[in-house]
Design a protein around this ligand. Structure first.
Ligand code: AP5
Length: 231
């Protein structure tokens, strides 16, 4: 199955992807993560992406789609060598009509289709509050929040001991640009997927655990998938 987690910046897609992926035995494709690791690699491509990323703008569709297709191919290879994941959870992709069309074609070429879109709804003022308090582990990417979910020891990741830092694109200017871009480029996708009967709305303005439960239930109700308990 293929499930998209959709929502504005700060709605909790990254936070929930990690939790839901584990609960339902899914692989994830998170384009923001793919770009951050390309930037970390320090290649020419990484430097090109960094300039766009730091300004809070969208990376061009062709580049984004190529990275996603590469990841889908890798997952297919892993499956043929015995991996037993039950599907893919998309975090931060697609974000434009062009990317949505490319995803549909990529799945169709593999004899598959989109199963559901979970839209995480959070009011704008709460998004700004969350993003200004967001911190991430520079090593493993675990997401924290200075108010709602701080690391146990100041600036040290609970999971891997890496340093917990603020993201380069969490400046007030970049945050505001990213939220405006979401309204223009990405929100129309929710309408499009709604017209196809694929969207389930989840109230994301609640404690993290409650939101996780609602997303897991939403996906299970659509797919009939039993939680991959113990896996
Ligand atoms: P990406 O990394 O995907 O960032 P984003 O879309 O800006 O989304 P965020 O990571 O800001 O928000 P989130 O919803 O994941 O929230 P989070 O869980 O962290 O992309 C970065 C950049 O890469 C883009 O700007 C663009 O340049 C490029 N890019 C990526 N994908 C692209 C694409 N498809 N096409 C083109 N360009 C692309 O949570 C936020 C904070 O809130 C955290 O501190 C968290 O602890 C806290 N929080 C979460 N849930 C709750 C809750 N329920 N209650 C209280 N606090 C909570």
């Amino acid at each position: 199955m293929h499930v998209i987690l959709m929502g504005p910046q700060g709605s909790g897609k990254g936070t929930q992807t990690e939790r839901v992926r584990t609960r339902l035995n899914l692989a994830s494709i998170a384009t923001g993560e793919l770009f951050r690791s390309a930037i970390k690699g320090g290649t020419g491509l990484g430097r090109q992406i960094q300039a766009v990323y730091d300004r809070g703008e969208l990376v061009p569709d062709d580049l984004t789609v190529a990275l996603v297709e590469e990841r889908l191919d890798k997952l297919a290879q892993e499956r043929s060598s015995g991996s037993t994941v039950d599907g893919v959870l998309y975090d931060g992709f697609p974000r434009t009509i062009g990317q949505a069309d490319a995803l549909r074609q990529a799945l169709c070429a593999r004899g598959e289709e989109l199963t559901a879109v979970v839209a995480i709804d959070v009011p704008r003022e709460r998004l700004i509050e969350r993003l200004s308090g967001r911190r991430v582990c520079s090593t493993c990417g675990r997401v924290y929040n200075v108010v709602s979910d701080p690391p146990k020891a100041d600036s040290i990741c609970d999971v891997c001991g890496g340093s917990v830092i603020q993201r380069a694109d969490d400046t007030p200017e970049a945050v505001s640009k990213r939220l405006d871009l979401y309204d223009v480029e990405t929100a129309p996708l929710v309408d499009r997927y709604s017209n196809q009967g694929l969207v389930i709305h989840v109230d994301g303005d609640r404690p993290i655990d409650e939101v996780t439960e609602s997303i897991v239930e939403a996906i299970q109700s659509t797919t009939g998938l039993a939680a991959a308990s113990g896996r």
